[in-house]
Design a protein around this ligand. Structure first.
Ligand code: BG6
Length: 493
């Protein structure tokens, strides 16, 4: 069979993606304030991460830091650091002090874009200051200037599942409209300082998945509070988009969605119908932000989550309409299956007998990526951007810290090939691909280091011990070739 050419558009953006609290460290340097993730412990699949908090009577509590569902946290609970706990965000893998080396490594692969998130509490330590922290701005200024030396442009995530802890505690996070103003002030500061060097922006990361305490600062578990928080995030995003368009004429705004594919477990009509409803838990977020209005099925979703109506001010509807996204960005790691009776908001679901899984039980489904790209473009008709995709695996480093990660090459080869088919055969406009995460970093869901994604190995263990030395893996050279040929070295799956 003849090999199809996988070559991609000549201005295609190739790069990698990271998040500040998983990558940056330097948590008490440069005037950075405390972030909602700073009280989050390490964990594993068997032992979920949690926040360390103390009630006013002195009792310690450990609310789970699930990024999907909020857990009830009493009003008097205050975060506390415990000496016998390890908090991965504090050091992460220390990009704060390694940024020159890391950017050089990324440039060595030919990246022309690097997606990173700004740490909100590095710019506004409590979220309430009227003036930004200049040392925080200088850090990102240095990062962007370093990237410019290699012609690498930034893709900035304004808010990656986080907020200054003060806003979470004092205002119950995104349930408060005060936080909208705090976010817009923060976004405006970033546009002011970096708008001359940044075209592509993401207002929020995985906004459809973040409803727990760490990401949204919401203490209550009620459905109403979670959807109220989401509404306030939609308004904040739309205000930032409108402002950004005014301040930076060339700017392009997206928000990022966790869009792993969702399949019905069988063709039984009840499973098919259930699948449609469950998928709308994701479409809700994309439809509102991508089309600028609440969809007709919104009330059904609210009622499913235990409340009848969200009161929405008419001026908010106008704001949403004016601040529609320019492109739709998403993460894709896996697919899930769902059947009648499952939760609507469903990550995991029933097993899919046709797919292999990663060591963390994530089904590997490259065709699902092509499916997903088509599905989003068919519905929203705006360019898409794949801003996270990759494989968390256990790497065995030799005594030189070299890793032969053929499984990662295999995963990426299959996914990039599926992406190229969506672009070349299905004609889905796709701005670029940023792989998660080019340099090994801390896992969001488990807080582990051993769940590694990178092209570059970092000598550090689950407790933050190690030299932090960076060593390119086998996949580094492979990816370099893919980028150098703009995809022509990719083969059919
Ligand atoms: C996405 C997040 O959910 O998936 C990242 O945007 C995260 O922050 C990534 O790291 C991979 O998930 P995990 O749990 O393996 O780190």
């Amino acid at each position: 069979m003849s090999k199809k050419v996988k070559s991609l558009p000549k201005d295609f953006l190739w790069g990698g993606a990271t998040a500040d609290f998983q990558y940056e460290g330097g948590f008490n340097e440069g005037g950075r304030g405390i972030l909602s993730h700073d009280y989050e412990t390490d964990g594993s699949q068997a032992h979920p991460r949690h926040h360390t908090m103390r009630l006013s009577d002195g009792q310690l509590i450990n609310p789970k830091s699930s990024f999907i569902l909020a857990e009830d946290i009493p009003d008097d609970a205050k975060p506390v650091f415990l000496d016998d706990q390890y908090y991965p965000s504090h050091q992460a893998v220390d990009f704060y002090h390694h940024y020159k080396e890391d950017i050089k490594l990324m440039a060595g692969m030919g990246f022309n874009v690097f997606r990173f998130s700004v740490c909100w509490s590095r710019i506004f330590p409590t979220g309430e200051e009227t003036e930004p922290n200049m040392a925080g701005l200088k850090f990102y200024d240095d990062v962007i200037n370093e990237m410019a030396k290699y012609n690498m442009e930034p893709l900035i995530t304004i808010c990656h599942d986080e907020m200054p802890m003060n806003l979470a505690i004092k205002y119950n996070g995104w349930t408060s409209r005060y936080v909208i103003d705090a976010y817009v002030k923060y976004a405006q500061t970033l546009f002011d300082y970096f708008g001359d060097r940044c075209r592509y922006w993401l207002t929020f990361n995985e906004i459809n998945a973040v409803r727990g305490f760490g990401p949204t600062g919401v203490r209550q578990a009620t459905g109403h509070d979670r959807y109220l928080a989401a509404h306030n995030m939609f308004v904040a995003s739309a205000k930032a988009v409108s402002l950004g368009h005014k301040m930076i004429p060339e700017s392009q705004f997206g928000a990022m969605y966790a869009m792993s594919e969702l399949y019905p477990a069988t063709c039984k009509p009840e499973d098919m119908f259930h699948h449609m409803q469950a998928r709308r838990e994701n479409w809700y977020f994309i439809d509102i932000m991508g089309r600028g209005y609440y969809p007709s099925y919104a009330e059904e979703i609210w009622q499913h989550h235990g409340f009848n109506k969200l009161e929405i001010a008419p001026e908010d509807l106008a704001t949403l309409n004016a601040g529609q996204l320019d492109y739709i960005a998403f993460s894709y790691y896996r697919s899930n299956t769902t059947k009648d009776g499952d939760e609507w908001f469903n990550v995991g679901g029933s097993a899919n007998p046709y797919l292999d899984e990663t060591p963390w039980g994530w089904p590997v489904d490259p065709l699902g990526l092509r499916y997903c790209m088509n599905e989003i473009y068919d519905r929203i008709q705006k360019p898409i951007f794949i801003v996270e995709n990759g494989m968390g695996a256990i790497d065995q480093a030799d005594d030189q810290d070299y890793v032969e990660d053929d499984y990662r090459i295999d995963y990426l080869q299959q996914h990039l090939s599926a992406m190229a088919d969506a672009i070349n055969i299905d004609h889905v406009p796709c701005l670029g691909y940023t792989m998660w995460a080019p340099i090994d970093l801390v896992s969001l869901s488990t807080g582990e280091m051993k769940k590694r994604y990178g092209f570059v190995y970092v000598d550090m263990d689950d407790q933050g011990q190690g030299s932090l030395k960076r060593t390119p893996k086998k996949s580094y050279q492979w990816m370099k070739q893919v980028i150098a040929t703009n995809g022509a070295t990719l083969t059919d799956n």
